[in-house]
Write a protein that binds this ligand. Structure first.
Ligand code: NAD
Length: 476
């Protein structure tokens, strides 16, 4: 038993093994083999982290420029460790090594963005209505943050929350997904080595419900931020509401990709193909419902099937692999069930359609044609390598289909027609719309959902707002 490897909790500046009774597992999805068993954080561990966050003064006392310098150093450390961290990430999460490397780089870029944004948390001077009185505002750190992140982009999504909170001057307790803790621990180590005090950035892993309810209920925590499923997001929001704490939620969606009558279906497939199979489709803003003008349906389906068949599926550490396994047995079963349901609803399986032989959790890229709107895959976020296609005749019909669900994170449109592009950008329910591209989530651009896809925005100038509180000051 490697006891050193079990020290994944980072509390008050020290790496330690959790003192909880429950053991958690990290599994290699390419081999369905346990890589590590580690003990969960206990209630006492959670309390220790809260006490340290409560006493964290050093970080907030630094100037914005000093915090920026430390965070930038952390981003550089992350880059210096990128190869080792990418291997770790591929091992525990499954994505191909090149994608894992890209995730580490994106995490470094996120931290750098927030490091700089922290220097621009400007207040205002407000013209006073009373002679001799001055009005202005200060933007102050909101206080200790509880941040919860998922397993699909464990490092990048943690970097967003941690980078924003720290840049704003807030201590943060991070609870990443228990399934993928190791590369995130690497991120925390880089930031700690760069000079973030141990009280300002802590890491807890354990029983998710126990940790989240203890943190949210604690008077120490002043802000809650969660990325993950809608079910868990609702729970977190209910608890945050009960304790009157502001909450940011990024909950995924079911992004329509609309290919208009004037678009080139082959070009649309080339662009969509850049992202659809990345991370085996386990991306919250992934195009996941393909609404194609009827005149292009056959060409679109055939071109996507060609791309899918040519995609080499395998273990992420093998250099030829273009798409890795799904992250868990749970995801494999969920994806398989969606395809079976679509088949039962009369969809045509053009390629793929059943799990690949194990031992890992591999599901092939699967193109489904003529999928009725009643099929579950058209209503539930598939979070897998599925390309369900349905035809439309008019743009009105496509927009109505896109807006038929109570979610709205991302949407994609393919058209050269200015009027159609404007309608898609303005009428489809989504927090982000990409026309003729799939580039959506950058450090500079606000990202988040409408409807049941979440609350608030991360990234862009808005990203840091969630971690600041505005104080009005009047002097006479
Ligand atoms: P799930 O909803 O059970 O999520 C499991 C994860 O949520 C674990 O990592 C766990 O740590 C965390 N979690 C569970 N209960 C929690 C609690 N009470 N407090 C805090 N964290 C808690 O199931 P899943 O199979 O992992 O994901 C299901 C769906 O979630 C996917 O199909 C997808 O739609 C969505 N998802 C979205 C994102 C995103 O980026 N928005 C990321 C991952 C998953």
């Amino acid at each position: 038993m490697n006891t050193e490897a079990m020290r994944v909790q980072f509390i008050a500046g020290a790496w330690r093994a959790g003192r909880g009774s429950r053991m958690l597992e990290v599994t290699d999805p390419a081999r369905a083999e346990v890589l590590l068993r580690y003990p969960a954080a206990s209630r006492a561990d959670i309390d220790d982290a809260l006490a340290a966050a409560d006493g964290a003064r050093a970080w907030g006392a630094l100037t914005a420029l000093e915090r920026c310098t430390v965070l930038r150093r952390g981003a550089q450390a992350l880059r210096a460790q990128a190869d080792a961290l990418a291997r770790q990430l591929t091992h525990e999460q499954g994505k191909p090594l090149a994608e894992a490397g890209r995730e580490i780089e994106q995490a470094a870029q996120m931290i750098e963005w927030y490091a700089e944004e922290g220097r621009r948390c400007y207040g205002q001077t407000i013209p006073s209505r009373f002679a001799g009185t001055r009005f202005h505002t200060l933007r102050l750190p909101i206080g200790p943050v509880a941040a919860f992140t998922p397993w699909n982009f464990p490092v990048m999504l943690s970097a967003i929350k941690v980078g924003a909170a720290l840049a704003a001057g807030c201590p943060v307790i991070l609870k990443p997904a228990e399934e993928t803790p190791l590369a995130v621990a690497g991120l925390v180590r880089c930031l700690a080595d760069a000079g973030v005090p141990g009280s300002a950035l802590q890491l807890l892993l354990g029983d998710p419900a126990e940790i989240s309810s203890a943190l949210i209920a604690s008077p120490v925590i002043r802000k809650v931020s969660f990325t993950g499923s809608q079910g868990v997001g609702r729970l977190i929001a209910e608890q945050a509401g009960h304790h009157l704490k502001p909450v940011t939620l990024e909950l995924g969606g079911h992004a329509p990709a609309i290919v208009c009558a004037d678009a080139d279906p082959h070009a649309a497939v080339r662009v969509l193909g850049q992202i659809k199979l990345r991370n085996a489709g386990q991306i919250c803003a992934n195009p996941s419902r393909f609404l194609v003008h009827r005149s292009h349906q056959a060409a679109f389906v055939e071109a996507f099937a060609e791309l899918a068949r040519a995609t080499r599926v395998g273990a992420g550490l093998q250099p030829q692999t273009a798409m890795g396994p799904l992250a868990s047995r749970r995801r494999l079963d969920a994806v398989a069930a969606l395809v079976d349901d679509a088949r039962d609803h009369g969809a045509r399986i053009v390629c793929g359609g059943s799990p690949l032989p194990g031992p890992g959790w591999f599901y092939p890229p699967t193109v489904l044609d003529a999928v009725p709107q009643a099929a579950r895959v058209m209503r539930e976020e598939p979070f897998g390598p599925l390309v369900p296609v349905a035809a439309f005749d008019t743009l009105d019909e496509a927009i109505a289909q896109a807006n038929a669900l109570p979610v709205g994170l991302a949407a994609f449109g393919f058209t050269q027609d200015l009027h159609a592009a404007r309608r898609l950008a303005e009428e489809v329910h989504a927090g982000a719309v990409a026309i003729n591209t799939v580039t959506l989530m950058q450090p500079e651009t606000p990202f988040g959902g409408v409807l049941d896809s979440g609350l608030g925005r991360e990234n862009g100038p808005q990203g840091i707002d969630a971690y600041l509180s505005t104080r009005s000051v009047v002097t006479a």
